[in-house]
Write a protein that binds this ligand. Structure first.
Ligand code: FAD
Length: 419
């Protein structure tokens, strides 16, 4: 039988969830990690493009080390809101604390009237597209398939949208060169850039008959969130950051040869046969940092591949209220949620920042706070309660084929050719 102790439920085992686990498990709190996928690597595996090969491997190892701990029960292939209801989790299981570390997996929709009627009808979403790029090279890949058409368009503007246009240009050129019998590795194309690789083979976009893709952004290059401007930054520092933003875009364009349309705000879709075939735009001017449409500047662009890359927000979970795009957080530092004193948001789900270090630090911060200021004031669970929770978790894991040994499980669910 177990001893008196606290038991935490962690939803999502990736960067932030596993970091919260590390802190709590070391303090003697037992952590039950419910992860929707077979593997717990989240955006490291499915978001961060696979040219970051070393960084991805390092993060896999760190996540594995944190989760392969005697104070951790891993429960894979269980999605909160589907296999396990939110109410059941917070009210019925009896956990001392619940940490939502489930990230931001819902792509924002392009904000035009009636957009909801065209979901899945011609617009490709960034998360699915990057997932495809990271996995399509695996022999056993069974996910969505995309064709990298020339002339693709990307609506976006953040760092992730630069990754999306890089993927498009790299794959477009790699495939076009291959047709000419020239085999180039994806990593070389990313490292040296499309322009240099083409030149080294005495080729160009024109010679290959390629137009390339275009990134459409509603504001100016200096407004792109490619370099953060800290609140309270001096005017001098602000100007420096604006220049960096412009430079990041210029460098990416000269290296990867994509086109850029600034101050282009989507205002409607071009529809054909009930499918989105293009986007109607209107030019903007920037007034007080906001894009203001300029009447009479409407234009439309059509493309066989339209990708929406305008940021991700947390997925809806049945039974968990939302305020706008986020859960009903009452404290954005600790991720506390309205109506529940023992539920906390951890990592990207609350920071809103697509950044590994920020997610990890937030996981550590919240877990330390929870341990020192919340669990320390609560009575630990009685041994029978601990056993009951762990037995339930073990049974749920077993129903998904998980036999309780983390390292064995990971070995069995790791495709041999996964990057
Ligand atoms: C294209 C792209 C490029 C990026 N480039 C960089 C970069 O260069 N540098 C950088 O620092 N960051 C980058 N990031 C961001 C970075 O990868 C993420 O911010 C970070 O990994 C998020 O970690 P997290 O643990 O907070 O969330 P996630 O990694 O999203 O983890 C959430 C976990 O919860 C699980 N989950 C979700 N919903 C449920 C549910 N209902 N039930 C159970 N489990 C669930 C998921 O499967 C996942 O394992 C990039 C992201 C993208 C998309």
């Amino acid at each position: 039988m177990s001893e008196h102790k606290h038991v935490a439920a962690i939803i999502g085992g990736a960067v932030s969830g596993s970091e919260a686990v590390r802190v709590l498990a070391e303090k003697g709190v037992h952590c039950v990690v419910f992860e929707q996928n077979s593997r717990p690597y989240g955006k490291i595996e499915d978001g961060l493009p696979r040219w970051h090969d070393k960084q991805r491997r390092n993060e896999y190892v760190k996540i594995d080390e944190r989760l392969d701990h005697p104070n951790v029960t891993f429960v894979p292939k269980v999605t909160l809101g589907k296999d396990l209801s939110f109410q059941e989790l917070v009210e019925d299981w009896g956990f001392s604390v619940v940490c939502l570390a489930n990230g931001a997996w819902r792509d924002r929709a392009i904000a035009v009237d009636g957009a909801e009627n065209y979901a899945g009808k011609g617009i490709v979403l960034q998360n699915a597209f990057v997932y495809w790029f990271n996995h399509f090279i695996e022999a056993g890949y069974q996910g969505p398939e995309y064709t990298v058409h020339d002339g693709a368009m990307v609506v976006g503007g953040g760092l992730a949208s630069i990754d999306v246009v890089k993927i498009l240009q790299i794959e477009l050129v790699r495939r076009a060169l291959l047709e000419k019998g020239i085999e180039v590795d994806m990593h070389d194309l990313e490292k040296k850039g499309v322009a240099k690789i083409l030149a080294s083979h005495d080729q160009s976009m024109d010679k290959l008959g390629l137009e390339g893709c275009t990134l459409y952004y509603r504001r100016r290059p200096i407004d792109m969130p490619l370099a953060a401007i800290e609140s309270g930054a001096s005017e001098e520092l602000k100007q420096k950051r604006l220049k960096i933003r412009q430079r990041i875009l210029d460098n990416a364009q000269s290296k990867f040869l994509f086109k850029f349309q600034e101050r282009s705000l989507p205002s409607g879709f071009v529809i054909d046969d009930d499918h989105v075939k293009g986007v109607e735009f209107i030019r903007t001017e920037i007034v007080d940092g906001r894009p203001k449409p300029i009447a009479g500047t409407e234009f439309e662009a059509t493309s066989p591949l339209i990708i929406s890359s305008i940021g991700s927000v947390p997925d809806r979970i049945d039974g968990l209220d939302m305020r706008g795009e986020y859960y009903t957080f009452t404290d954005w530092d600790l991720g506390t949620i309205e109506g529940y004193d023992h539920v906390f948001g951890v990592g990207n789900v609350v920071t809103g920042q697509g950044n590994i270090a920020v997610s990890r630090q937030h996981g550590e911060h919240v877990a330390n706070w929870v341990n020192e200021n919340f669990l320390s004031k609560r009575e630990a669970l009685a041994p029978a309660q601990v056993d009951n929770i762990l037995e339930r978790a073990r049974a749920l894991g077993a129903s998904k084929g998980y036999e309780g040994r983390y390292a064995d499980w990971i070995r069995s669910v790791m495709p041999p050719d996964m990057q």
